[in-house]
Design a protein around this ligand. Structure first.
Ligand code: NOJ
Length: 742
């Protein structure tokens, strides 16, 4: 028996080492191919590889500027974005492959942010599922559809941490928490890229490097000024996670960081990304962000801006034309070295080789198979499943939900029949009207007894529909109101200084309230809203976000209880906008308002609002209830070489099966810099049948406690730690252990 085991082990290692050898060989092979191609390239052709242009659109479909076509034929374009469709990308690729001296294929990029044709819930919504498998799978399907449509490269994932709901782009991220967002960043990169060997895997792009999620006053593109400790502890980890998962490219951010625009920032791009982290992919700018360095007041003219970007480590210029127009001169003048250009070109070519484009430049252009792949039934089915798991139940007074089938329902609101906004922002290729499923259609599928009145529009201040809606409400048992933001009210360039529902919608809710009927508010929006008034007014709130192509079905599934909601918030909902930025992992201050004996006035608080958010990070209700008991630690001493196992018993005490996201928080009591009041360090998503109890275990090691300390060392410091486990970040931190280096 022992001998057989030994033979098996030897065989395993032989095959493993063969795989390693094959991998190393492949890498070497690619490097050699890149080198030999580069020897043939002249300076203009090398610069060409750093040029990324956007295709345009007219009513007949995608079109490319005549000048860009000429540049392609001259071998001066390395990549195109916003061109989709297997036939169209094939046509463009032909120009590069058949009409240029060296025939170097182009890369086709696109903002495939939450699905390509089949649109999934917006990324913020998806993160509320806390489900890494689903997050990976949605990226996988996005890649399959994008690749079928001629694309090689997505400008996703956006891994910017943000704690400011005024910023419209919180919709594109994974929320406020570093730990969860880092795991999601990893899942997305793996989902898109796989091993990059098949023709249905695509390059990912971690963006926007860095600190784009912390613009001053929540205004998009605005200035960022933050300490390096904060940058490293909060904003960089998701980027590092994306890189560790193999992210092929990084996109620079529009903002400046501590006075230096991110696109010309050697500290970010060279010191951290390349030297410290060893990144070997390529760095692309955001849209014209080299050019924008003149507005920042960092470069007097474009040529200088290009030099700053290239020398900082930017390899590809998105749409700015600065490298195209000025880089040759900068090199001739010795302002940029040819070696630096070579490094940029090498990074780009490496990815083209990895994608297999030199073997077959058209391997992503398959016109015949595309129709069977785009919006395939299994993709749509998955979109429904993911939407179910992304929708957060915020309030359910007297169990008004789920609805009973015999109830007479008044369905009211501008989002009830919507098939456009429900896709959310960055759903450019998503098929809207006709393909997307509205809530009304979802309710029809479930055979509910309902009548519909729009009541009002999303924004327009008309009350003409109020009367009909009120009459409908009066004649019903329960009112479902589908309200929210228009899709363009979140996303890029959609910062808001007021994050309430539009006034006309609130007025309609107030009128319906007067009928005395129970109100279920279904919300479609891309950011946390100020729901203080709604929370006092309506009976149930279902946060549907922008749930994607099959969103209406998923919402209806939850309304009738066919799916029991399980999602939990990943971004705090403030009580009012004045609390922003608000997040659970804040610092304690010297005068914490909740400390024993805190001064009634001179403690850190507002005089007109509570400190706590309206709905906290990690919060979300279910149609059943879970209780947490008997938290136990295997040891109360942790060192560099052992671990602590923490267990908790979770019981489903309600009357139906449900999923729960069990969350573990830790507090480092004293540090060389002050530490947050709690930090998420683990979570598990479990399913419990009615009455079922399960023991859940977490393991904590020294590594989990590391942070960048006052000397910017990534270490664990000795001392006491507190632990809390529960179903939201508002858990009591009652258990403790001590860490010692001995
Ligand atoms: C600007 C956005 O900031 C970025 O996220 C996007 O990928 C590019 N435009 C390309 O569309």
């Amino acid at each position: 028996m022992q001998t057989i085991k030994h033979i098996l082990i030897i065989l395993f290692f032989m095959s493993y080492s063969n795989k390693v050898k094959a991998f190393v060989w492949l890498q070497q092979d690619i490097e050699q191919q890149v080198d030999s191609l580069m020897q043939k390239m002249n300076l203009e052709e090398k610069i060409g590889q750093t040029v990324l242009y956007s295709s345009g659109m007219d009513i007949t479909g995608p079109v490319l500027d005549k000048a860009y076509k000429d540049h392609i034929k001259a071998g001066q374009v390395g990549a195109i974005f916003n061109a989709t469709g297997a036939a169209y990308t094939r046509k463009l690729q032909k120009l590069a492959v058949e009409e240029t001296r060296l025939g170097i294929p182009m890369l086709f990029g696109y903002d495939v942010i939450h699905g390509h044709k089949t649109i999934f819930p917006i990324p913020l919504a998806e993160s509320c599922s806390w489900d890494l498998e689903l997050a990976e799978k949605s990226a996988r399907i996005s890649a399959i559809e994008a690749a079928a449509d001629g694309l090689h490269w997505t400008f996703s994932p956006m891994v910017d941490i943000s704690r400011d709901a005024r910023w419209g782009r919180v919709s594109e991220g994974a929320g406020e928490d570093v730990y969860l967002a880092s795991l999601i960043a990893r899942a997305k990169v793996i989902g898109y890229q796989g091993d990059l060997k098949q023709n249905n895997t695509i390059l990912s792009c971690a963006k926007h490097f860095a600190a784009y999620g912390a613009p001053q006053a929540g205004r998009d593109y605005h200035t960022v000024d933050m300490s390096e400790i904060r940058l490293r502890n909060t904003f960089l980890p998701p980027f590092k996670a994306a890189l560790d998962a193999g992210a092929a490219s990084f996109m620079t951010a529009f903002n400046e960081l501590n006075g230096v625009p991110a696109t010309g920032n050697p500290f970010l791009l060279d010191e951290i990304l390349r030297k410290e982290w060893g990144f070997r992919g390529f760095v692309v700018t955001d849209y014209t962000s080299i050019n924008e360095m003149t507005h920042h007041g960092y470069a007097a003219e474009l040529k200088h801006a290009g030099e700053l970007a290239m020398n900082a480590g930017v390899d590809m210029d998105m749409q700015g034309g600065v490298y195209k127009n000025h880089l040759l001169q900068s090199i001739q003048e010795g302002k940029v070295s040819e070696a630096r250009l070579d490094e940029a070109v090498r990074a780009i070519l490496r990815m083209k080789f990895k994608l297999g484009l030199f073997e077959d430049p058209y391997r992503y252009c398959n016109e015949e198979t595309a129709p069977n792949i785009l919006m395939a039934p299994e993709h749509m089915e998955f979109a429904r499943e993911l939407a179910q798991r992304s929708i957060v139940l915020l309030k359910n007074h007297q169990e008004v939900l789920p609805l009973a089938k015999q109830q007479k329902i008044a369905l009211i609101g501008p989002m009830a029949t919507d098939e456009v906004h429900i896709l959310g922002s960055w759903a450019a290729q998503g098929d809207r009207a006709g393909k997307a499923v509205s809530l009304k259609e979802g309710m029809e599928v479930h055979g509910l007894r309902f009548a519909y009145a729009q009541g009002c529009e999303i924004l327009k201040d008309y009350r003409v529909g109020f009367e009909q809606a009120i009459a409908l409400a009066k004649d019903s048992d329960v009112v479902v109101m589908a309200m929210g933001e228009a899709e363009y009210m979140s996303g890029e360039a959609a910062s808001r200084t007021n994050i309430q529902l539009p006034a006309v919608q609130r007025e309609l809710i107030a009128e319906i309230k007067k009928t005395g009927k129970p109100i279920v508010l279904v919300l479609y929006n891309g950011r946390p809203l100020d729901l203080t008034w709604e929370n006092q007014t309506v009976d149930a709130i279902l946060e549907a976000w922008f749930p994607g192509t099959n969103g209406g079905l998923a919402v209806a599934d939850i309304l009738v209880g066919e799916y029991n909601p399980s999602a939990k918030l990943t971004l705090s909902f403030p009580r009012n906008i004045g609390q922003i930025p608000i997040f659970y992992n804040q610092k304690n201050t010297g005068r914490p308002a909740d400390a024993e004996g805190a001064h009634p006035r001179y403690s850190s608080k507002y005089i007109d609002a509570d400190n706590s958010p309206l709905f906290a990070f990690g919060y979300g209700l279910s149609y059943t209830k879970f209780i947490y008991e008997n938290i136990a630690l295997s040891h109360d001493k942790l060192g560099p070489n052992n671990s602590i196992s923490i267990s908790v018993e979770v019981t489903n005490i309600g009357d139906r099966a449900g999923e729960e996201i069990v969350q573990l928080y830790i507090r480092d009591m004293v540090g060389s810099i002050t530490r947050p009041v709690k930090e998420l360090k683990g979570f598990q998503k479990i399913t419990l049948q009615k009455g079922e109890r399960q023991t859940i275990r977490f393991t904590i090691e020294a590594n989990d406690l590391k942070f960048y300390n006052k000397d910017l060392e990534f270490v664990v410091e000795e001392g006491d730690f507190l632990i809390g486990i529960g179903g939201s970040s508002e858990v009591a931190m009652k258990h403790s252990f001590t860490y010692s280096n001995k």
